[in-house]
Design a protein around this ligand. Sequence first.
Ligand SMILES: C[S@@+](CC[C@H](N)C(=O)[O-])C[C@H]1O[C@@H](n2cnc3c(N)ncnc32)[C@H](O)[C@@H]1O
Length: 338
Amino acid sequence: MAMNAALEAMMLLFSGVDGPGMPERAVFLGARVHRDLSNWPDLVGWQPFKPAADEWDRAGLRRVEDVPDGLWPVVLVLPGKSRDETLAWFAMAWERLEPGGRLVVAMPNTAGAGRFEKELAQAAGNIESIQKHKCRAFHAVKHAAHDSAIFQSWKSLGGIREIPGTGFVTTAGIFSADHIDPGSRLLAEHLPANVRGRVADLGAGWGYLTDAVLRRCSGIESIDLYEADSRALACAERNLAGHARDIRYRWTDVTAGVADGYDAILSNPPFHTGQVTDVDLGQTFLRVAAEGLRRGGRLMVVANRQLPYEGTLESLHMAWRKVAEDSTYKLLFAEKRR
Ligand SMILES: C[S@@+](CC[C@H](N)C(=O)[O-])C[C@H]1O[C@@H](n2cnc3c(N)ncnc32)[C@H](O)[C@@H]1O
């Protein structure tokens, strides 16, 4: 398990004599595994990202699919990358704190930890913090004298929103929450009309590519959306509700594999893990896609131009061609020969 520096900083708060001490009951939003958590008497985690949720399950910790209701003495928050998502999670956590309960947050400095700490201090009316591993861990107690209007405005940042002029809905924190990804748009513009049979979309996000292929191709019998972010998948369900087709939503870590025998697979593969570029992740998507296709099946991929996916397709014995490119993206279409 890779070290999560923000989580390490957070856990220091519970190990030192000056910190709040190990809580009786706690809920963890954005839950990540830490060795010390297995000693906590009553801890429940919520984690929308499947690989992290799987890791949590493997550690034998208790997990819920939806953010639990009820009031808690301690809520831990390990936010993602987006500002709106972070503030919405603060509000979600605050709402679930009992009076006198404690909200505990940890973030890398590069994610704006100092700024978020100030914002939380303003809303909560109190804050304490430590710095460690280039991260900040800060905590605030829910006293009566907090600014509920600020928390209310943050809560609204976490709702369902529409990408203006598109009819598509998204939510803060998922990929491409405020716009259609230009790479995916390029792929949508070049999708052939003769895609048919059983189709899959790997890393389907909120469903843009699936929507495009269903609009263009009447011969599709079924389409499986594989996506790691459960919130994105929930948006995809809403975005695709108008298609009277066989659509399946699969909350999956694609790197662990997908079903096989597909006639066609489309993908705009991820190539970041957190904030770090991870070319291996995209390459693994291509390998899993190749395994998921029947012989003669087609793969349609969009990628940033600098990503070395041609070599990956070669090593997978796929016959590939570059169908289009612009200043940022390229489209690689490939066929499984054996
Ligand atoms: C570049 S985005 C493309 C999203 C969508 N297809 C679109 O065009 O807007 C890649 C997607 O892969 C998802 N993802 C990242 N890692 C994943 C994994 N291990 N398994 C499944 N999906 C993953 C991300 O959450 C994200 O939605």
